[in-house]
Design a protein around this ligand. Structure first.
Ligand code: UD1
Ligand code: CA
Length: 489
């Protein structure tokens, strides 16, 4: 029985049920990744808004793979969390010691016991891999009639990768790792990408024959090719034309190159969907971000995490927006930093505004330069245009917050709320010492320190009354004093 459906029980064990063409994926993610020079597992390193291993998982999913087993070992808990351990379609296998890619596959045998279809084996360090490529590869494998297919590519400088060795008739005969390769083998520019599809019936027993008698003393998955060939089986190779997409990431340089490729791909997809991106080379939009049509993104913009940008919005040069919603037609001018905020339609923000988590701007609100807002709702059509701090505040509609206004929300121990009702006018350079409430339509004179609630439609003034001393300058000003000095000398 080939191609049965699998389900992973909570314990991670595979069970079979009849269904056509389902493929099981096995992702190898137990390694450390020494060449990254990091205290974190390579698979945890983020790029374009996801940990490396999640990109591989999503590519497999996009290719129609149902169930997946991820082999974990180094920083197992962290990698498990990065993969997403609440998902029933994902099981985990634990590889206690990292004795090589072949050993990693064997560590998952228990989870896949009984499964008799094809297994798509993927190195966990392929963040730029696309679903379309995997789909083509699976299609290729199904029509090849070989028990094992692998994906290869040709690059000018193959150093670091396993070389694909073909016989006189062009068939793949084995893969040799760089450290084990003879000089003439090293010259081979066709490399193994760490993407394989193998019939489960030709996996477990043959792979157990692989030994660690090689330069690295590891059990190589790549030895399976030679083992199957010796048994008289065919090994099919699918040569992929775009190396960028299928190169394993081993170093930080390669991490940044893969990130670049993902950002470029995202920008291309958005432009195809009607978003204007002035300079895709300096635009960084994470994979999960959505942007509506006719939005304009200026250079050096970062749209990160779970951000959504509405249609006709405009994001000015140098702005960095993380996990936030930007409404339709809203303009974020240059150099704004916005994190965890919800911005309604038709707002205007910046330049140089800082909106921190739990900021909510209702539609047509305006926030100008050098304004910082945190945990605050600014009602519809309200404005805070210059040099202001609003924290822990509830601000109604059509409120004018004058330049230099500050909510004094922290007394050194706890945070307190400021409530400003609809249509209030707050004069410039006002301090609102929380907890305090300014009721509807009230008017606060500039330069006031407000410590008590202000009733509706009242004028509140708390500054010292101004006193003018007539002719004071003439009598006591510098000139007058100069004259005095002249007389004395
Ligand atoms: C591997 C291939 C090489 C290929 C290259 C493509 C082998 C022996 N070599 O080399 O032919 O050109 O990928 O990028 O397979 N892992 C485990 N447990 C282990 C060892 C590794 O889970 O014991 C995981 C790693 O976390 C990683 C993947 O397997 O995600 C590949 O391991 P890595 O060490 O990067 O293999 P390469 O040396 O790059
Ligand atoms: Ca690698």
């Amino acid at each position: 029985m080939r191609d049965p459906t699998l389900s992973v029980t909570p314990s991670g064990r595979a069970t079979t049920a009849a269904s056509r063409r389902e493929v099981f994926a096995l992702i190898l993610a137990a390694g450390q990744g020494k060449r990254m020079v990091s205290r974190w597992s390579k698979l945890l390193h983020p790029l374009a808004g996801r940990p490396m291993v999640r990109h591989v998982l999503e590519a497999a999913r996009g290719a129609g793979v149902g169930r997946t087993v991820v082999v974990i070992g180094n920083q197992a808990d962290e990698v498990r969390r990065a993969v997403g351990d609440g998902d029933k379609r994902i099981g985990f296998a634990y590889q206690k010691d990292q004795l090589g890619t072949g050993h990693a596959v064997l560590s998952a045998e228990r989870q896949l016991a009984g499964y008799q279809g094809d297994i798509l084996i993927l190195n966990g360090d392929l963040p730029a891999l696309r679903s379309e490529t995997l789909r083509d590869f699976l299609q290729f494998h199904r029509s090849s009639a070989a028990p094992l297919s692998l994906l290869t590519t040709v690059i000018p400088d193959p150093s670091g990768y396993g070389r694909v060795i073909r016989n006189y008739s062009g068939d793949v005969s084995r893969i040799v790792e760089e450290t084990d390769a003879a000089p003439e083998e090293r010259a081979t520019q066709e490399i193994n990408c760490g993407i394989y599809c193998v019939d489960a019936a030709r996996l477990w027993k043959p792979l157990k024959r692989a030994t660690a008698s090689n330069a690295q003393g590891e059990i190589y998955l790549t030895d399976l090719i030679e083992i199957l060939r010796r048994e008289g089986h065919k090994v099919a190779a699918y040569r992929h034309p775009d190396p960028q997409e299928v190169l394993g990431v081993n170093t930080r340089r390669e991490l940044s190159a893969a990130g670049r490729a993902l950002y470029r791909r995202k920008a291309d997809a958005l432009m195809a969907a009607g978003v204007s991106i002035v300079d895709p080379e300096t635009t960084y939009i994470d994979v999960e971000v959505t942007v509506g049509p006719d939005a304009i993104i200026e250079p050096n913009v970062m749209l990160l995490g779970a951000t959504t940008v509405g249609r006709d919005a405009e994001i000015g040069a140098g702005s960095r927006i993380t996990d936030s919603q930007i409404g339709d037609g809203t303009a974020v001018l240059s150099y704004c930093v916005i994190t965890g905020a919800r911005i309604g339609r038709g707002c205007r923000i910046g330049p140089f505004a800082h909106l921190r988590p739990e900021t909510v701007l209702e539609e047509e609100a305006r926030v100008g330069n050098f304004v910082e807002i945190k945990k605050t709702r600014l009602g519809r059509g309200s404005k805070a245009n210059h040099l202001t701090y609003l924290g822990d505040a509830e601000i109604g509609r059509k409120v004018n917050v004058g330049a230099g206004t500050i909510t004094c929300n922290y007394d050194g121990v706890t945070k307190h709320r400021t409530i400003i009702e609809d249509e209030v006018f707050i004069g410039s350079d006002t301090q609102l010492v929380a907890p305090v409430r300014v009721r509807r339509g009230a008017f606060i004179g500039a330069g006031s320190t407000i410590t008590k609630d202000v009733p509706s439609y009242a004028l509140a003034l708390s500054r010292a009354r101004q006193e003018n001393k007539e002719d004071w300058v003439k009598r006591f000003g510098p000139e007058a004093r100069g004259k005095v000095r002249d007389k004395e000398s």
